[in-house]
Write a protein that binds this ligand. Structure first.
Ligand code: ACO
Length: 371
């Protein structure tokens, strides 16, 4: 029988710097009352100058590896879901691979906006289920504060920075992701997008002056779309897992807006007490919001082994999706892991590799195809 993909580790990383609604009142024409009543958000975290998408992703991953009790050398695949990558290329996932010292892992980025973490979980699960790999790490990481127009009150009050990671490992018992749906409707691409800096509008003085490097959003239309698809996708994915809504202990939705979550739950006739909402403290961290909310649910004792949990999200693309998981936790055992040692070794190894490439080029010549 094909193995299941157990979720055996989890970790989150958010910047220390808190930006409150009251501070935003000093920056744009808005009020704490407006933001709380329309969105539920009270504060969000913002990266400092030395923090990036890769640094948050690496921090969250190290915590997840510690919980799973595995060393980075055991990882076969790293997926970083992000809409705010470190560069267009190389992939942020490759930077994370290098910093973790995950010497055997393949690594790639996935862009499905806020739905990306669900897509990533499903792709990694399928790779484990076919036997192609045994261990993966899926990360949702964003620094959208770097892409927000801080003079645009329609968008700047919504977003926050952060990262969350899950470790997935092959296991015999029926656990981990049981079903998933992944959907897209590109006809709504212009409802939420960042036009500049890609191949369509490469960066020029004009694109910068026109603010094309900032997030553009038609909030009301995204709101309508979100409330429609969240309930639909949840019903579909629960059906696909051959379960009913009564079998679901917890829903962990994408944390964009409390009102969107309330409307979706009402359509599902599902109680708010069995749903995780932490957007009041982090705002919309896009694809990082589901793993961050999951980490907090576990720490608060709200998600336990044996529980069935639904992850459901929506976002730019347009994209949306959902997954049902049977929660299990780390595999038993008292294996010693040394994340601090690995971090140090990974750094050293990376430096040595760079130096070796330069020495090779010097000795063998820059035209040598093997350097
Ligand atoms: N402070 C004060 N007033 C504001 C602010 C603000 N920060 N922002 C907008 N307003 C004003 C508008 O200008 C408008 O004024 P007008 O009536 O004079 O034109 C008024 O408030 C109402 O605006 P609406 O757009 O109708 O407000 P709404 O109740 O729809 O709330 C919001 C806006 C919060 C953006 C909501 O539509 C929403 O959450 N939409 C979904 C957005 C979302 O989830 N995006 C992320 C998707 S995930 C991803 O892929 C990253």
């Amino acid at each position: 029988m094909s193995p299941f993909a157990h979720i055996t580790g989890w970790g989150m990383a958010v910047p220390e710097k808190v930006l409150t609604n009251f501070e935003l009142e000093q920056m744009v024409e808005t009020t704490d009352e407006w933001i709380v009543s329309r969105t539920g958000i009270r504060e969000r975290r913002i990266v400092s100058d030395d923090q990036t998408t890769a640094s948050l992703a690496t921090e969250a991953s190290r915590r997840a590896l510690e919980i799973a009790k595995i060393n980075p050398g055991e990882i076969d695949l790293i997926i970083v879901s992000t809409s705010s990558p470190e560069y267009l290329f190389p992939a942020t996932a490759s930077l994370v691979q290098d910093r973790l010292g995950a010497v055997r892992a393949g690594a790639f980025d996935l862009l499905a906006a806020c739905t990306g973490f669900i897509y990533g979980l499903n792709i990694a699960t399928q790779a484990i289920r076919t036997g192609s790999i045994r261990t993966a790490i899926v990360i949702g990481a964003e620094t959208l504060s770097r892409f927000v127009d801080w003079t645009d009150r329609d968008t700047c009050v919504l977003f926050g920075d952060g990262a969350g990671a899950f470790v997935l490992q092959a296991g015999e018992e029926r656990a981990g992701l049981l079903s998933a749906v992944m959907r897209s409707d590109g006809s709504g691409g212009d409802l939420l997008y960042l036009p500049g800096g890609g191949s369509r509008y490469p960066t020029t003085i004009d694109t910068v002056n026109e603010g094309l490097h900032n997030i553009k959003m038609k909030g009301r239309e995204v709101f309508r779309f979100a409330t429609r698809v969240m309930a639909q996708a949840t019903k579909e994915v629960v059906n696909k897992a051959q379960l009913s809504m009564d079998d679901i202990q917890l829903i962990i939705p994408h944390q964009a807006n409390k009102r969107i979550i309330e409307v979706a739950l009402k359509k599902l006739d599902f109680p708010m007490e069995r749903c995780i909402v932490n957007l009041d403290r982090y705002g919309n961290t896009s694809t990082a919001s589901i793993p961050i909310a999951t980490c907090e649910a576990i720490n608060d004792g709200r998600l336990k082994p044996g529980d069935h949990v639904v992850f459901v999200g929506f976002g730019g693309g347009l994209t949306w999706g959902a997954a049902v998981a049977r929660w299990s936790g780390p595999f038993p055992g008292i294996k010693v892991v040394r994340p601090a040692f690995y971090s140090l070794y990974a750094r050293l190894r990376s430096i040595i590799n760079r130096v070796l490439r330069r020495i090779d080029a010097f000795i063998l010549g820059r035209d040598n195809p093997y350097t």
